[in-house]
Structures are given as C-alpha cells and as structure tokens.
Design a protein around this ligand. Structure first.
Ligand code: FRU
Length: 500
C-alpha cells in the first residue's frame, strides 16, 4: 500500500499536515507571491476556517508560514482577497508603509453579535503579509444575510473614475453583487449580475478583471468568473465565466446564453473555467506586474473533498495558470495556460524527449511528468493515451484514460480504473468536454503529478483537471487508437522527483 506521503504532489502546493480549500488573498508584493488559503489549522477536514499562508518567488516552490488570520470564538475567516493599498486610502498604513489590506468574510458563530450572518471584514498588515491585525470597525459591509461572501476587491481606474470595487456573492440568489469604496472601509452598492447560464448550484468566489483581446493593447474586455457548487458540467464543484463590459458600475455579459435560471439542455454550451471535477474556487492574483493575470484553483470537489485518501495533509492547489482572452469564431474565449514558470524545464531533474507516431507504450521515467502530445486523426474513431498506467499498457490494466473522439467532438477523461477510487461513490467517474480540431489536429499539454492530471487542450481553450490516486510505481504512458489509425507526436518530460 502507498505510504501516507506517496500522493503528496511535487508541483502543486499542499499544506504540510492540515486541510486546505479555496485560495484566498492572492497577491504579488515586493517580489513575493503570497498564497493564502482556507485552512483548518487543527485538522484535515473542513472546519475552524482560518487563512493559512505560503509564499513563493517562482510560482513553483512554496514555503508555508504560520497561520495568517486565525478563527476565534466570534468568527470563522471565510474566503476573500488582498489588495496593496498603495495610496494608503484606508489610513491603515503606518509611517509611510502602504498596507496590505485583506477583505474577508466573517462567518459569525452562534453566540456572537451576528450569529449565522456572513459579512465582509478587513484585516491589515504592515510587515509584508506575515502578521495581520483585524480592523476594529468590522464588519465593514453587511446585508444581514447568511450567504453573503467571498469578496474580491480590485482597483478600478476607468472612465467612471478611480476607486475600489468589490465583487461578492449572494450565494443562494446566484448573484454577484458589486460595490464601490474610496477607503475600503465604507462601501456603496453598484449593481447585481445573475442569475445567468449555470445555476445548478450556489454561486461562490467571484472575480472580475480586464484583459486585452488577442493580446492587442487598446482592445480590452472584462471577464467575470464565478464558481458554482454543485452542478458542474461533470458533477459537483466547477467554475464558469462570462465576457463583456464593465463601465465602473455594471457588468454586461456578451456570452450569456441563458438569462435567469439555467436551461439543462445548454449546460454543455456554457463557458466553464475547467471541465474536470477538481478545479474550484479559482481566483486571480492582484498587483502582478506587466498586466499578467494569474489564477489558482483548489484541486478538489466538495462531493468528496473531505474523504480523499491523503494524510495528514488534504487537498492540493492547482498549478498557477496564466489567462488571456482570444476571439474564437467571433466569440471571446478565455485561454488558460500553465504559467511559464511551471513548465518542467524550470524544475530540477532529468528530462527526456521522445517523438513517435502510431500506437505505443512508453516508460514515463518518473511519476511526475509533463506530456505534450499532438494527434492527427486518421481512420480511428477514437485515440488518446493512458497515463500513470502499468508498464505493459495491457488491456484491463489500470491507468487514467484520456481520449478524443473526433466524430463526437469530445475529450474524455476516465478515472474509473485510475487507482484508489473507492473512498467515495462519486469519485470513480468519466468526465467529458467538447473539443474540436484546430488546423486538423488535437493538442494536449498534460501535467501529471502524484495525485493529479491537468489537461490543457487546444492551446488552453479547454482545460480538464482531475485528482487521481494511482499506484506510485505506475509511470507508463500508452498511446492508443481504436478502430483504425491516428498519428501522435509525443514530447515527454519526466520530472525526476519520486516520493520516498
Ligand atoms: C467555497 C467556499 C466559500 C467559502 C469557503 C468556506 O469553497 O464555500 O464560499 O467562503 O469555501 O471555507
């Protein structure tokens, strides 16, 4: 049986010996990326919500620090964001130091002054994000609602002026509410977006940001992301996005297919951040230079999050993704790529590259792999690859099967035979995403770690992220085609990091 550490990822953040969920307060500050996160400091199931903390200078190697904002008798510290208050608009800076200000959800406990209420609160740091003080005037924004949470704050500089904007959800109304503030302390209501498109579950963890279209400066659109649980396209937790305009007051979507509650027949046509079952609560960093938009998701699903077979830690974060906007067939679409810092070249360890065509099993070299594979369809009605498989790739042996059916226009990830999958009935699953050929080919960039597979298909237009718990010794990749021929070009980088 695998040791307890066998599933610990090499390329993804995990807390040393505790539970984590949503990334919170992602911020770049003075050369350091800060990753705060929903954390139970006392165990490895969801409870005692506090903000854990890790930092990185390269987006790959993370160092864990002491809990940043702990829960107490009054409140749990639910999800939120951090801004660098460059102009000290909040007045919380001391001695000319621009404060970091965290805007988080106070989930008030029974017996507190606001039992059962979720409201938005502040904490501030003047030592670069390592120690935090709660603002004495908390909460700064309340609707007396039990489901008002996950504030994402950014600085708006546009035709309407220059001020702070907060996006937060009224979760059970499938609504993103926008507010504005000059000082982060007092907030005025602006507008509401939603319900729209996916409403198969409550809305959580929104984000709103502006991106150039096709990389062209001067042409920008706004992206509103919102996470949803359950009701994802393949079950459970998932995120969706809308593209449109934000005028400083309201967000208007150009990509809404359904105003109001979802049309079950259209769910596969909505724009999903990720089609897999393990990419949730995704939000982006603030204050990143050069206009880069970097995003992290929690690599788990509320369906079985508390049961995944790892101990004492539980739940990894996704790789850091760099997102951009492209016009595809006249529609604005989000493109997600692993941040260049995360490519295997930046990691220690030997690299091997193999080019091939036809059907073949290859030695993956190590459990942690980056595989770039491009398929050119032939007569086969299905082709793909099995990863983290037995060396001989024999029929019936275990592995995670990733396949493309050009006729059906589908990418399929089957983890029913991926290893340990019996810990929850929802875990053994087959996930599907719509996928079309680009210039006659299908390209997949696949990051394989000790307990995950992240597929970036068609240069990041479609992503599919899932957890797997394979036998640590199984490292083979087997390319296959079914009922005919196909060509595959495989570039494989084995990252030489095996768990003890
Ligand atoms: C999303 C979420 C948030 C909430 C947090 C609590 O996974 O439910 O809405 O703030 O987790 O841990």
């Amino acid at each position: 049986a695998p040791t307890l550490e066998a599933y610990r990822p090499a390329m993804h953040y995990t807390a040393k010996d505790t539970w984590l969920n949503d990334p919170n307060g992602l911020v770049f500050h003075e050369g350091i990326y800060h990753l705060y996160y929903q954390n139970n400091p006392f165990g490895n199931v969801h409870s005692n919500m506090s903000w854990g903390h890790a930092t990185s200078t390269d987006l790959v190697n993370w160092e864990e620090h002491q809990v940043a904002i702990p829960c107490d008798d009054i409140e749990e510290i639910f999800s939120g964001s951090i801004v660098v208050d460059h102009g000290n608009s909040s007045g919380l800076g001391v001695g000319g130091v621009a404060p970091l200000v965290a805007i988080y959800t106070s989930a008030y406990k029974p017996g507190s002054a606001h039992p059962g209420i979720q409201a938005q609160s502040l904490a501030w740091s003047i030592d670069g994000g390592y120690s935090w003080t709660k603002y004495s005037g908390n909460p700064v924004l309340t609707r007396n609602s039990p489901e008002f949470r996950d504030p994402k704050v950014f600085r708006y500089n546009g035709p309407a002026g220059s001020y702070w904007v907060m996006a937060a959800v009224e979760a059970h109304d499938f609504a993103v509410l926008l507010y504005r503030s000059d000082d982060l302390r007092s907030w005025d209501y602006l507008s509401t977006f939603g319900p729209a498109n996916g409403t198969g579950g409550i809305w959580e963890c929104p984000d709103l940001f502006e991106l150039p279209v096709d990389g062209l400066p001067g042409t920008t659109k706004w992206v509103l992301t919102v996470n949803m649980n359950p009701g994802g396209p393949n079950g459970g937790s998932a995120g969706q996005y809308f593209v449109g305009e934000f005028d400083g007051v309201s967000f208007r979507s150009e990509t809404t297919l359904t105003e109001g509650m979802q049309d079950p027949g259209l769910v596969d046509q909505y724009q999903w951040l990720d089609w897999g079952r393990d990419f949730y609560a995704a939000v982006s960093f603030s204050n990143v230079p050069d206009g880069r938009r970097l995003m992290i998701g929690w690599m788990n699903n509320w369906q079985y999050a508390n049961q995944i077979p790892t101990s004492p830690w539980r739940s990894p974060m996704s790789l850091v993704r760099e997102v951009s906007l492209a016009m595809v067939d006249g529609q604005p679409r989000l493109v997600q790529q692993p941040a260049p810092e995360c490519t295997a070249e930046s990691l220690p360890g030997p690299a091997q590259r193999v080019s091939l065509s036809g059907t073949v099993a290859v030695d993956g070299g190590a459990a942690v792999q980056l595989a770039d594979v491009t398929f050119t369809p032939g007569t086969a009605d299905e082709f793909g690859l099995v990863v983290r498989g037995a060396t001989d790739g024999a029929a019936g042996s275990s592995g995670t099967r990733i396949s493309i059916s050009p006729g059906a226009g589908e990418l399929v990830l089957d983890r029913t035979n991926s290893g340990d999958s019996g810990f929850h009935p929802a875990f053994p699953s087959v996930s599907k995403a719509p996928l079309r050929a680009l210039d006659g080919t299908y390209s997949l960039r696949i990051f394989i770690d000790h307990c995950s597979v992240e597929v970036f298909a068609q240069d990041g237009l479609v992503t599919l992220t899932e957890l797997i718990f394979p036998d640590p010794a199984q490292t083979a990749i087997t390319l296959f085609s079914a009922n005919g021929s196909a060509e595959a070009l495989l570039q494989l980088v084995a990252v030489g990091q095996d768990n003890a």
